[in-house]
Design a protein around this ligand. Structure first.
Ligand code: PLP
Length: 370
């Protein structure tokens, strides 16, 4: 016999998922309806419009992939790349590396711009890469590299890629709805995100958006997209089009939750939300530095919502993190890849981005010191 499902009430301050608003959890418990029920089709339309609003885009091809952020990444790459295409990908952490892996599986010739983890890719790096690969099909960057806490500037690089005739692709999994992000204004042609970070919805969905230029590339493909599930020529008729055709069974409850989380973001306003993340970051930063933590990333490129910090000397990070979880119910993240065992990644994202969260964490850290 298995016992009834029961989990501890955690305070989520890691790299995601973040705490969800009770309204979002309540929406998720709404009784199921069919995924082709006219009421659900209306809900999909509303979600699509709210995703356009939060991406700040008019892109017609904007929808939600029924799978987590990695599937959004894969959707962009498998649809835009054909075997033999040359692409440029920035790698300054785990997720740039993941894009390279996927692009190579698509048969692309990948030109990597590799820089030290914790730093960002500059216009000079891009110019150099464009000398080696002057006509890339696309250039892809991670806006907010969750493995290091680095914030990648995008606008100037977008101009460079467009001048070279390529598409500009962006991973916005950790930045979406927490940090300034303007898809149309910044000339982003393909973008994907996740629901579990600054949007504060449950994990498992990936909003994506494609510019008209990207759509043209899709329409001019000579080869079939090698993934059936992620092939936009098939799935786009499910999320758009005059006549909705069955493609797969949408995760109805998750879409309910997503709709509510988007409503909450739009009620607060994107600008206010970006400011809130900055303000709470400043409070957290001051307190962490007083306790002896040191930031990994230099100030101008530091993510406000994902704080990567070295612990004060003499602390066993894994032991302290376990104690924080077991004794205080607070989750923070450990390091990934090159920084495993070396840093903490403290998330203040969406519903987890409040002064109260900072106070709970700091009080627990002070308590553990005594
Ligand atoms: N890209 C970035 C920057 C991420 O932080 C993550 C997840 O943490 C992903 C992609 C992959 O998203 P998911 O874990 O939802 O598949």
């Amino acid at each position: 016999m298995y016992s009834e499902l029961k989990t501890s009430t955690r305070i989520l301050m890691g790299p995601g998922p973040s705490d969800a608003h009770p309204r979002v959890l309540k929406a998720m418990a709404t009784p199921l309806i069919g995924h082709l029920d006219p009421e659900f089709v209306t809900i999909m339309d509303e979600v699509k419009t709210m995703v356009q609003e939060t991406f700040i885009t008019k892109n017609h091809l904007t929808f939600v992939v029924s799978a987590p952020g990695s599937a959004g990444m894969e959707t962009c790459l498998v649809n835009l790349i054909e075997p033999g295409d040359e692409v440029i990908i920035g790698v300054n952490g785990v997720f740039g590396g993941r894009m390279v892996d996927i692009a190579e599986r698509c048969g692309a010739i990948v030109h990597k711009i590799e820089v030290e983890w914790g730093t960002v890719i500059s216009t000079d790096h891009v110019k150099k890469a464009l000398e080696k690969c002057p006509k890339p099909k696309l250039l892809a960057l991670v806006h907010a590299e969750t493995s290091t806490g680095a914030l990648q500037p995008l606008k100037e690089i977008s101009d460079l890629v467009h001048n070279a005739g390529g598409l500009f692709m962006v991973d916005a999994v950790t930045s979406y709805c927490g940090i300034e992000l303007k898809v149309d204004e910044w000339g982003i042609d393909a973008i994907y995100t996740g629901t579990q970070k600054c949007l504060s919805a449950p994990p498992g969905l990936s909003p994506v958006s494609f510019s008209d230029k990207a759509v043209q590339v899709l329409e001019n493909r000579k080869t079939k997209v090698q993934s059936w599930f992620l092939d936009l020529s098939l799935v786009k008729n499910y999320w758009g089009g005059a006549k909705r055709a069955y493609h797969h069974t949408a995760p109805v409850s998750s879409v309910f939750a997503l709709r509510e989380s988007l409503r909450i973001v739009l009620e607060e306003g994107l600008d206010n939300r970006w400011v809130r993340h900055q303000k709470v970051h400043q409070v957290l930063k001051t307190k962490l530095e007083t306790l002896g933590f040191q930031y990994l990333v230099e100030e101008p490129y530091r993510l406000p919502n994902l704080n990567s910090v070295f612990l004060p000397k003499g602390n066993d990070e894994a032991l302290l993190r376990t104690k924080l979880l077991n004794d205080y119910n607070i989750e923070v993240g450990g390091g990934l890849g090159a920084f495993a065992g070396k840093i903490w990644r403290i998330g203040i994202m969406g519903e987890s981005c409040t002064n109260n969260h900072v106070n709970m964490l700091v009080s627990a850290l002070e308590d553990m010191k005594e």
